[in-house]
Design a protein around this ligand. Structure first.
Ligand code: 2PG
Ligand code: MG
Length: 425
């Protein structure tokens, strides 16, 4: 069991130019690993607390010096000189040190940076690739690579709200490798760039996750433009390349109604609207079609579209084992969007993963809209046998770091890409 020499952290900037936390974990043996942490914009209310300094004179209050200080002082004092049998022991120690239900004392950003740096130092120590080390934390490993879901068009909080729904993603279904999936996605992206220039006189400027964000007049126009971009390089929509959407509807839900394109929809009407999109377009996965607090209507959504598309919970579930258990119990969804920083340690995220797998759900391992150049997410998606991965678009280096790491893992393992999961009846 390697002994921790010290852990330390520093503040760095993410892909939006906002501060985030990176941490080193150093073993007495000399193994020394770094990990940096992403940050969301369309965050769920039940997410663990990302500790920010709140000083308006520095980074608009978003500084992370407090979280960094917690790693350098409290966490380092608790860990240095000690050995931990496994990830669980380490994570339980830092969770107890924080002592709050939502990690508001030390900050989930402080805890997660240490949690992942420790995992990486262990992989180094064992001379294993990180994905193999991640695989040893969960029960099963199917030796597949995750199916890509790639951002094409952005809206909502990632693109200044020019259209209310947040992501239209393309899913290369006929591609049997990551390499082919990226090539197919790139052909569609190029077609979409030309479409945006032609229809919207828009230069190829990109949103937070690298997606194109022209001023679509309506949501339907956004979806039709996605289908046209799939078709124009010669792909069959729904067969070669399908569509996934993140409605991110918590952000236009208030007082029991969904405020969408000038309409004020009751939950039943919102479900009708989503069902119409699923019928009309080749959509195979719908994330956050209903709001995070609209629990009572999710089961009806699942019954209505579950045969045709994954009902994927992001803000609803927040990678939180208690919320996932509640959703399984009420049959509110069929898929988990897993974002480690929503819960704050690898061990708790692994519990979320185990619950979802046991229920027969599909799992999408997801990045955040604010990312760094770190690529651990690709290893996590492979090691934890994610059915899908959601990293954003195929532009912007913080996204490409993950895709390029997947290409390396593919070259090393030659594992096939996971099949699209069968719809849950
Ligand atoms: C989401 C994510 C990633 P954010 O809503 O799924 O697209 O966005 O990181 O802003 O929560
Ligand atoms: Mg989402």
């Amino acid at each position: 069991m390697p002994k921790i020499e010290c852990v330390s952290a520093m503040e760095i900037l993410d892909s939006r130019g906002r501060p985030t936390v990176g941490a080193w974990c150093e073993f007495a043996s000399g193994a020394r690993a770094w990990a940096s942490i992403p940050s969301g914009a369309s965050t769920g209310r039940a997410e663990a607390v990302e500790l920010r300094d709140g000083d308006p004179n520095r980074h608009g209050g978003l500084g992370c010096r407090k979280a960094v200080g917690h790693v350098n002082r409290e966490i380092n004092s608790a860990l240095r000189g000690k050995s931990f049998a496994d990830q669980r022991q380490l994570d339980e120690t830092i969770i107890a040190l924080d002592g709050t239900p939502n990690k508001s004392k030390l900050g989930a950003n402080a805890l997660l940076a240490v949690s992942i740096a420790f995992a990486r130092a262990n992989a180094m120590e064992a001379k294993k690739p990180l994905f193999e080390h991640f695989a040893s934390m969960v029960d099963e490993s199917s030796q597949t690579l995750p199916r890509l879901t790639i951002n094409l068009f952005s809206g909502g909080k990632h693109a200044g709200g020019q259209v209310p729904i947040q992501d239209v993603l393309i899913v290369p279904l006929s591609a049997s490798s990551i390499d082919q999936g990226l090539a197919d996605a790139s052909a569609v992206y190029r077609a979409a760039t030309a479409l945006c220039a032609r229809k919207y006189q828009m230069r190829p400027l990109v949103a937070d996750e690298g997606g194109l964000a022209p001023p679509f007049p309506t949501i339907d126009a956004m979806l039709e433009d996605a289908v046209e971009s799939i078709r124009s390089p010669g792909f069959a929509p729904g067969k070669d390349i399908a569509i996934a959407i993140d409605v991110a509807s918590s952000h236009f839900f208030s007082e029991g109604r969904y405020h969408l394109e000038g309409r004020s929809l009751l939950p039943g009407q919102m479900i009708d609207q989503v069902a119409q999109w699923v019928e009309r377009y080749p959509i195979i996965s719908v994330e956050d079609a209903l709001a995070e607090e609209d629990w009572s209507n999710w089961p009806a959504l699942q019954r209505r579209i579950g045969n045709h598309a994954l009902v994927l919970g992001d803000d609803l579930l927040c990678t939180n084992p208690q919320r996932i258990a509640q959703a399984i119990e009420s049959d509110a969804a069929s898929a988990l969007l897993l974002k480690v920083n929503q819960i704050g340690t690898l061990t708790e995220a692994a519990e979320a993963h185990a619950l979802a797998k046991k229920a027969g759900w599909s799992i999408t391992i997801s990045a955040r809209s604010g990312e760094t150049e770190d690529d651990w997410l690709a290893d996590l998606a492979v090691g934890w046998s994610g059915n899908q991965i959601k990293v954003g678009s195929i532009t912007r280096s913080e996204r490409l770091a993950k895709y390029n790491r997947l290409l390396m893992i593919e070259a090393q393992t030659r594992w096939p890409v996971a099949n699209w999961p069968k719809a849950k009846p």
